[in-house]
Write a protein that binds this ligand. Structure first.
Ligand code: C5P
Length: 242
């Protein structure tokens, strides 16, 4: 199933960055029918685990489980097997875990989906965290500039059977060029025109990001902090029809 194929709203995944299960479930209920899914990350999962996840998933929206697995191949494959019964629509690993880790991650996702009779989740790579700049890369011994490193990791991820990449709006074009048309690009740092930018440094509007090649838009506060989150999500979906 392509979450991007049918209606523009299917492209929108709302980031619920909270530790409050009841609040997350309530928001997921409100957003049902207005977004393609919900993103749950480390903060939520560390606080609430699989039970918290299931409580939100019960509301019926697909889940993007953003735990950014990064460890030796055997451990990452084990973590993927451990979350597989939850049947997330997509989940993240770090591409910097290397080729073998990525291949084992893709294999574990495929095997577990078959075993449980689920649709295989998209295994999505994180390349260079947007909190890192060129000098941070240098500090850890990476001499290449951020865009070159992102392009390298995108191409490597594709070769290793990874389904797509999380990237900043400004990396959409280079990631697409490095990994091709089928590669899913999952893009945070999205702000509707006129919205509060907050701590995001490089933002793009939803329409500009989709026009540039984003498959999924990860949007948090512009929806979660709105007086009417469902209306805010619907307005964003409408803006994609322009
Ligand atoms: O509230 P906001 O729209 O800024 O939320 C964006 C979401 O995307 C948050 O969950 C944030 O952690 C995540 N994210 C990001 N930038 C990245 C990777 C993930 O903002 N480079």
């Amino acid at each position: 199933m392509q979450p991007t194929a049918s209606h523009p709203k299917e492209r929108i995944y709302c980031a619920l960055d909270t530790v409050d299960v009841a609040a997350a479930a309530k928001l997921a209920r409100k957003l049902k029918g207005t977004v393609g899914g919900i993103k749950l990350g480390l903060e939520f999962y560390c606080a609430n685990g699989a039970d918290g996840y299931k409580r939100v998933a019960e509301e019926g929206l697909p889940i993007f489980l953003d735990l950014k697995f990064h460890d030796i191949p055997n451990t990452v494959a084990g973590a993927i097997r451990a979350v597989a019964p939850l049947a997330p629509k997509l989940f993240t690993i770090h591409t910097q875990g290397g080729p073998e880790m990525m291949r084992r991650a893709a294999e574990a996702a495929r095997e577990e989906a078959e075993k449980h009779g689920h649709t295989k989740p998209w295994v999505i790579g994180v390349s260079v965290l947007t909190s890192l700049d060129g000098s941070d890369l240098n500090a850890i011994g990476v001499r290449d500039a951020v865009p070159d490193q992102v392009a390298r990791l995108a191409a490597l991820a594709k070769d290793c059977g990874i389904d797509g990449l999380v990237c900043s709006p400004k990396e959409i074009t280079l990631a697409r060029a490095a990994a091709g048309a089928d590669f899913k690009l999952i893009v945070p740092g999205i702000r509707p025109a006129g919205a509060v930018i907050g701590d995001q440094k490089r933002v793009m509007t939803p329409l500009d990001a989709v026009t540039a090649g984003a498959d999924v838009l990860v949007i948090g506060r512009p929806i979660t902090q709105a007086d009417d989150p469902a209306a805010a999500a619907m307005a964003i979906a409408e803006s994609l029809n322009a």
